[in-house]
Ligand binder design. Structure first.
Ligand SMILES: NC(=O)c1ccc[n+]([C@@H]2O[C@H](COP(=O)([O-])OP(=O)(O)OC[C@H]3O[C@@H](n4cnc5c(N)ncnc54)[C@H](OP(=O)(O)O)[C@@H]3O)[C@@H](O)[C@H]2O)c1
Length: 309
């Protein structure tokens, strides 16, 4: 199941399981990328903002030097918020660090622009400590610049991340190119069914991030997850990763630990009763308003996102 692929609206295929690199420390991420590719991963998720693309690039190089072909690896990276008015420049910076001529997918990391001339290159703040956002900048303008990248050959596909239905509804009427992917935080504690269904109807593939609930998550101890894990004789992490592939989404799992990188390839086909157990758990959280966002509080709230869907 780990070798499942999904078709994008470009006609290309995205490998269902990708290695995440957020919070993968320098000194560890090169090895993680090279090891993952050596054991069969075909998809690496990077971002300019993560500050480790040089090392991700070294890991890719080690894999390519070892005989893995560039065209057999799907590489994603992302435009950072302080570069919404300098899209191609930020892409070029990522390509240089990654040591690549092109990426398979380039995503707008958040539909929010931050001041390119603020007091920090990535996370500018006002003197009162609030984020220095460019409030009158439209993400639609950014998307238009992203569309132009396709003609350069430096990106095979373009997409978005952290888009709610509301943001997609603003964007789609202005698109010449419909985003190939929307990468969102997604797990049974945050099913985001409305966005998943909306994207499916529009031909936009969903990639789930923080599927394990990110660092220190309690999700792997939840009763519903443990129940499915026990029934299938797999780990809670395998349940959480398999959940997305069973619902037609690709999934990114971050690890810098070789054992866990390998173990995360243990993807199984969950049956209808497993999915019902997980979906009932999700529904209960949605009904009681207790869905859990692990990443949103760090970014979305600070960005002052008006829409929490
Ligand atoms: N577009 C966006 O805005 C956005 C936001 C967040 C994340 N992402 C992408 O999605 C990727 C995944 O999300 P994430 O990094 O937030 O979190 P995640 O993959 O849900 O969880 C990573 C955490 O789980 C641990 N872990 C990994 N495999 C495990 C296993 N089998 N058993 C127990 N623990 C395990 C990792 O530690 P070890 O490394 O020590 O194994 C790490 O602490 C990111 O790395 C990034 O590429 C995108």
């Amino acid at each position: 199941m780990a070798d499942t692929r999904f078709k994008l609206n470009t006609g290309a295929e995205i490998p269902a399981l990708g290695l995440g690199t957020w919070q993968s420390d320098t000194g560890l991420v090169k090895k993680a990328v090279a090891y993952a590719l050596s054991v069969g991963y075909k998809h690496i998720d990077a971002a300019y903002c993560y500050g480790n693309e040089d090392e991700v690039g070294e890991g890719l190089k080690e894999a390519f030097d070892g005989g893995i072909k560039r065209e057999d690896v799907f590489v994603t990276t992302k435009l950072w918020c302080t570069y919404h008015s300098r899209v191609e420049q930020n892409l070029d910076m990522s390509l240089k660090s990654l040591g690549l001529d092109y990426v398979d997918l380039y995503l707008m990391h958040w539909p929010v622009a931050m001041n390119p001339e603020g007091n920090h290159e990535k996370f500018p703040k006002h003197p009162d400590g609030s984020r220095d956002l460019v409030k009158d900048w439209s993400h639609i303008e950014t998307w238009k610049s992203m569309e132009k990248l396709l003609a350069t050959g430096k990106v095979k596909a373009i997409g978005v991340a952290n888009y709610s239905v509301r943001y997609l509804e603003q964007l789609l009427p202005h698109c010449t190119v419909v985003p190939a992917v929307n990468q969102i935080e997604n797990h049974p504690s945050l099913p985001q069914q409305e966005i998943v269904d909306f994207c499916k109807a529009k031909g936009i593939h969903i990639t789930a991030y923080s599927p394990l609930g990110s660092t220190g998550s309690p999700m792997m101890k939840e009763k519903a997850i443990l129940e499915v894990a026990e029934k299938r004789s797999i780990t809670p992490a395998s349940v959480l990763l398999s959940y997305h592939i069973s619902r037609g989404s690709s999934v990114l799992a971050k690890s810098v630990n070789p054992e866990r990188i390998k173990a995360n390839m243990d993807i199984v086909k969950l049956d209808a009763s497993d999915m019902k157990t997980l979906n009932d758990y999700s529904l209960e959280l949605v009904k009681s308003g207790k869905v859990v966002r692990y990443v949103y509080p760090a970014f979305g709230v600070e960005f002052g996102f008006p829409d929490k869907s």
